[in-house]
Design a protein around this ligand. Structure first.
Ligand SMILES: Nc1ncnc2c1ncn2[C@@H]1O[C@H](COP(=O)(O)OP(=O)(O)OP(=O)(O)O)[C@@H](O)[C@H]1O
Ligand SMILES: [Mg+2]
Length: 299
């Protein structure tokens, strides 16, 4: 079957339905009959202890891993026949952590590159300055300026990626995502590896991303309070299976979720505020950028 279904070319946030997905790696069931549904335009949080299958489930949705059983549908249409790159063309976008791959490029060039990856204009038409290429260049510029303004990146325009703090690089990642025009965005631990102070600043940034990109989001995060604050729905996994699903309040009160949550890693519990951070060092900022006040995160 050629993937030429009705989803192609559709705009606006997509609906996602995952049903009964099973992924086994040898004898290990990494995902065990997992269900997940995201209404168009919603933010669904996917939480659970280390190794519970969250990333593997995102891999199934983006097409990197083929499930042994179950279905993934976008606006009702099965994605089973679509390759990962074809899913990208449908607007299924995984979080980029790619800007690290271009340490010598400046912020503006990385963002332009992201746009080109999703909106190619032929080399020949660009060289000859064909009218459609010029129009495309103009609209690319306009989108770039808007996104850089919205994410406080204008003054970093000419800064090289290698010189940014981890937190600011993540903001560049978020800006790239908006420019990729996702209809379904899969974010895997966007705050991993950044300081708690900067992670807190991610709530308004992710809200801005959601608003600007006008997309449905599935967010995997170990920062449970961030998930509860941001998401209209929370799905909790444990050893591959969904053990709780509902509004943040429902999941927060669900004894099964609590059990899985208490079984989470020390790191997850510490970051969640469920237990005190052992010998917390208020100055122990992993990213602690020199002149951090000038960075967009934490403002
Ligand atoms: N390619 C693979 N081959 C074999 N086992 C794998 C592979 N990918 C993941 N696993 C295993 O599948 C299980 C689920 O892994 P997964 O990465 O999906 O968990 P996770 O919930 O994302 O964990 P974390 O919170 O640590 O990121 C783990 O036991 C992991 O070791
Ligand atoms: Mg993971």
């Amino acid at each position: 079957m050629t993937p030429t279904g009705s989803t192609t070319g559709t705009t606006g946030p997509a609906r996602l339905d995952v049903e009964g997905v099973v992924v086994a790696f040898g004898g290990l069931r990494a995902v065990d009959r997992a269900d997940l549904c995201a209404e168009p335009g919603s933010i669904v949080g996917l939480i659970g202890p280390n190794g519970s299958g969250k990333t593997t489930l995102l891999d199934v949705i983006s097409g990197l891993v083929g499930p042994q059983a179950g279905s993934v549908r976008l606006d009702g249409e099965s994605l089973v026949e679509y390759l990962p790159e074809e899913r990208v063309n449908l607007g299924v976008v995984r979080s980029f952590q790619d800007c690290r791959l271009f340490p010598e490029l400046c912020v503006e060039d990385v963002l332009l590159l992201t746009q080109d990856a999703r909106r190619p204009v032929g080399v020949l038409s660009s060289t000859l300055q064909a009218p459609w290429a010029r129009r495309s260049e103009r609209s690319k510029r306009a989108a770039l300026e808007q996104v850089m303004g919205s994410f406080g990146l204008v003054r970093f325009r000419r800064h090289r990626i290698a010189h940014l703090s981890t937190g600011t690089r993540r903001v560049v990642d978020l800006a790239s995502i908006v420019l990729a025009r996702p209809r379904l965005l899969l974010l895997d631990e966007p705050t991993a590896g950044i300081a708690q102070r900067e992670a807190e600043a991610f709530v308004p940034l992710l809200r801005r991303l959601h608003e600007l990109a006008d997309t449905t989001i599935v967010l995997v995060e170990h920062d449970v309070p961030l998930v509860f604050e941001l998401c209209s729905k929370v799905v909790m996994m444990e050893t591959g299976a969904v053990v709780s699903s509902g509004t943040p309040d429902q999941v927060r009160r669900d004894p099964r979720a609590l059990a899985a949550y208490l079984g989470a890693s020390d790191e997850a519990l510490a970051v969640s505020g469920a237990v005190p951070v052992p010998s917390a060092d208020p100055e122990g900022d992993a990213v602690a950028p020199a002149g951090g006040a000038a960075e967009p995160v934490g403002e």
